[in-house]
Design a binder for this molecule. Structure first.
Ligand SMILES: Cc1cc2nc3c(=O)[nH]c(=O)nc-3n(C[C@H](O)[C@H](O)[C@H](O)COP(=O)(O)O)c2cc1C
Length: 402
């Protein structure tokens, strides 16, 4: 994505350097515009070094100054696929809310057709002031996105609301608002399971698997960015993604219950969790002591979440399953597709330790038409976006009767 990052004169301006670096490291192109006040907090050299792109401003101290400044704002406004203002000061918020164009950043904000996102940061009193809140309400009415500040101790020593949101959350919000929406998915409710399940043996031991949940969490982000309303039912320890309603679960039974409560209201289900197929028959209330001879653990089947939900699906609801197979992966995926009545199974070939914990992976979709072109190898975040794009286009084609 081509991201234009406006940096006004707030004390949190140094955090924008981190944000610029984070986005550039994720493969996005980031160009910065410093306001005159912004350039007193952070230098153009820092920003251009971190982004490997020019930094712009109203005079040479604030960034590169082109020969024809009169059209620079239009070039930048067209270049941007999203404009983010971080940290958004009360001043720039007020200017933009009232259509003022008194410097490069405020002019670009008026000229651009790209989505605009604000991450305000200011003293608690300023943040609470009705003038600032009215200006923000006006920006929201223009369809601008606002990442609200956090509560905490501010640079001025006061405690309250006004602290810049976490850089990682702002980066996620930028991706969410800047990614083009897929017509097959925009506004649709997607229920997604991710991560491992854990089946307890006793108060200290548990039966689980090597899934971390990374792929499922990336899928949740990718569906979110494509415009879907995602509900994530998550096992494991990884933090929940920003902007996604997440329910944490432990066992397969808990995962099923969480899904059953939400399935009727969903348009589609993505089963990316690595659900344990078995659980111990009995959960010991106290820690099991070691015995002298061989020990036997009796396992029983856990509920089959996909099959259970598939059996009660209503017309129009779709289901994507995932499979991790170490042999005959395409044949197993085709059998799973049929047995559970799914629309597609995306299969991982887990030979040689691929998939679990790996950063790069390949998925092959198998549908009623047979195996489709493999997606990947790609890093998991990109793989998730490619899968969502593939599925979004398929849903749209289905809707158009192709
Ligand atoms: C040390 C210092 C810290 C400031 N921090 C903030 C801030 O966090 N938020 C804010 O809205 N204004 C802050 N200001 C005030 C702005 O710098 C001032 O309103 C300026 O005109 C903003 O211009 P700009 O929006 O064009 O960058 C601060 C000023 C100073 C001197």
């Amino acid at each position: 994505m081509q991201i234009l990052l406006g940096i006004p004169g707030g004390i949190a301006a140094y955090k924008s350097a981190d944000l610029a670096r984070l986005l550039a490291n994720q493969g996005h192109r980031v160009r910065c515009i410093l306001t005159e006040a912004g350039a007193r907090f952070i230098t153009p050299l820092t920003l251009s070094s971190l982004t490997a792109e020019p930094c712009y401003g109203a005079n040479p101290d604030q960034g590169e100054w082109r020969a024809n400044p009169s059209i620079e704002h239009i070039e930048l406004a067209r270049w941007a696929e999203l404009v983010a203002v971080v940290p958004a000061t009360a001043d720039i918020i007020g200017k933009a809310a009232n259509g003022l164009a008194s410097d490069l950043l405020s002019t670009v904000l008026l000229a651009t057709r790209a989505p605009i996102l604000w991450a305000p940061a200011m003293n608690t009193g300023m943040w609470a002031h009705p003038a600032v809140q009215a200006n923000l309400a006006r920006l929201r009415s223009f369809d601008h996105a606002v990442v609200d500040p956090d509560d905490g101790i501010l640079a001025c020593g006061e405690e309250g609301s006004g602290k810049l949101a976490q850089v990682a959350s702002i980066a996620e919000a930028i991706l969410m608002h800047g990614t083009p929406k897929l017509r097959g998915l925009a506004g649709r409710r997607v229920l997604l399971t991710a991560g491992p399940t854990r089946e307890d043996l006793d108060p200290v031991r548990t039966l689980t698997n090597r899934s971390t949940g990374t792929m499922g969490i990336e899928l949740a982000r990718a569906f979110r960015d494509a415009g879907a309303e995602v509900q994530l039912v998550l096992g494991g320890e990884l933090p929940a993604p920003w902007g996604v309603e997440t329910v944490r679960v432990r066992s397969a039974q808990e995962m099923l219950a969480a899904c059953e409560a939400r399935w009727a209201g969903a348009d589609g289900l993505v089963g990316a969790a690595a659900v344990a197929d078995q659980r111990p028959e009995l959960v010991a209330p106290e820690k099991v002591k070691k015995g002298d001879g061989p020990e036997t653990l009796i396992l029983v089947r856990t509920p089959d979440i996909l099959a259970t939900l598939s059996a009660v699906r209503r017309p129009g609801q779709w289901i994507l399953g995932f499979a991790a197979e170490s042999q005959d992966h395409l044949a197993h995926a085709a059998a799973k597709l049929q047995k559970k009545g799914l629309d597609a199974v995306l299969v991982n070939d887990i030979q040689d330790g691929r998939a679990f914990g790996a950063q790069v992976n390949t998925l092959t979709p198998v549908t009623a038409q047979g195996p489709q072109a493999a997606i990947g190898p790609l890093p998991k975040a990109e793989l998730a976006r490619a899968v969502v794009e593939w599925w979004g286009h398929r849903l749209e084609a289905q809707k158009n009767g192709q």
